[in-house]
Design a protein around this ligand. Structure first.
Ligand SMILES: Nc1ncnc2c1ncn2[C@@H]1O[C@H](COP(=O)(O)OP(=O)(O)OP(=O)(O)O)[C@@H](O)[C@H]1O
Length: 252
């Protein structure tokens, strides 16, 4: 937080304004606006098909919005490529982890660390200490580092997604369904990784259908349905909102 002219000014990590995404006749994002302050953790909830992943894809530039704006640390990023956005500090995980199966844990992290990673791998110019540090910071043990990704459990694949996302140097992390397919023990492990990253100042926008797992990890929540904002505020208040209950939880 900065102070300007004696007033506290929040630094906004992400500002989404009047975002619209149309797929033909379908409006997947409908005039959606929200802010994410630096260091904040925001939960994005909504029923299947509400448009959560589409929001992530637009922030990352994997999908171009129909209209509206997206600013990262105060700068408009809508016209930038995905790689340029990552370089400016935003990165995402995917619902279905996307590791290079034939590579081991350390090598998978290397791909995230270096833009010219293939060349670096061939010529051996790797920063092993950094790779190991990233892997250990998300809960891998030293024995895990040489294991091929194809042998990892879903919990370990999620950890690898984290490490690869962190390897980009991004400070704003978009987490898409990080608890999906995990055992209770794995959920607790991933939650601990997220809490640790929050204490280290990372900013989060998080999508999860596992509301009890998400609640302690977010400062605030927004709920959408058919791409439209239904409610925002404290997690409990959003869940108690009538429109949210009707749409998301199926109770009137
Ligand atoms: N590339 C696309 N082309 C056409 N329609 C799409 C495309 N991507 C998403 N949609 C549609 O946009 C809407 C929002 O989808 P999206 O995947 O963002 O929802 P979601 O909230 O992430 O859903 P879930 O919780 O099931 O992952 C859905 O109706 C979906 O079918």
């Amino acid at each position: 937080m900065d102070t300007a002219a004696g007033r506290a000014v929040m630094t906004m990590a992400l500002e989404v304004r009047n975002l619209v995404k149309r797929f033909g006749g379908l409006v997947a994002t409908n005039d959606l606006s929200f802010d994410l302050a630096e260091g904040e953790s925001l939960g994005l909830i909504g029923p299947n098909g509400a448009g959560k992943t589409t929001v992530f894809s637009q922030v990352m530039g994997e999908l171009r919005q129909t209209s509206g704006s997206i600013a990262l640390f105060g700068e408009e990023i809508s016209s930038l490529s995905t790689a340029q956005r990552i370089a400016r500090g935003v990165s995402r995980t995917y619902q279905v982890p996307r590791p290079f199966s034939d590579l081991d844990v350390r090598e998978n992290i290397r791909v995230g660390l270096m833009p010219d990673s293939l060349r670096a791998m061939i010529f051996g110019a790797a920063d092993r200490d950094r790779e190991d540090e990233l892997a250990l910071s998300v809960g891998f043990t030293r024995q895990d580092l040489d294991r091929p990704a194809s042998e990892l459990s879903m919990g370990d694949l999620r950890k690898l997604e984290f490490a690869r996302t962190l390897a980009t140097g991004a400070k704003v992390l978009l987490l898409d369904e990080v608890f999906a397919g995990l055992t209770t023990g794995e959920i607790a492990m991933i939650a601990e990784v997220i809490q640790d990253l929050r204490h280290r100042g990372f900013t989060f926008l998080m999508v999860s259908h596992d509301l009890p797992a998400m609640e302690p990890l977010v400062d605030r929540a927004i709920a959408i349905e058919r791409g439209t904002l239904l409610a925002q505020g404290a997690f409990a208040d959003v869940l108690a909102d009538e429109a949210v209950r009707a749409s998301y939880l199926g109770v009137a």
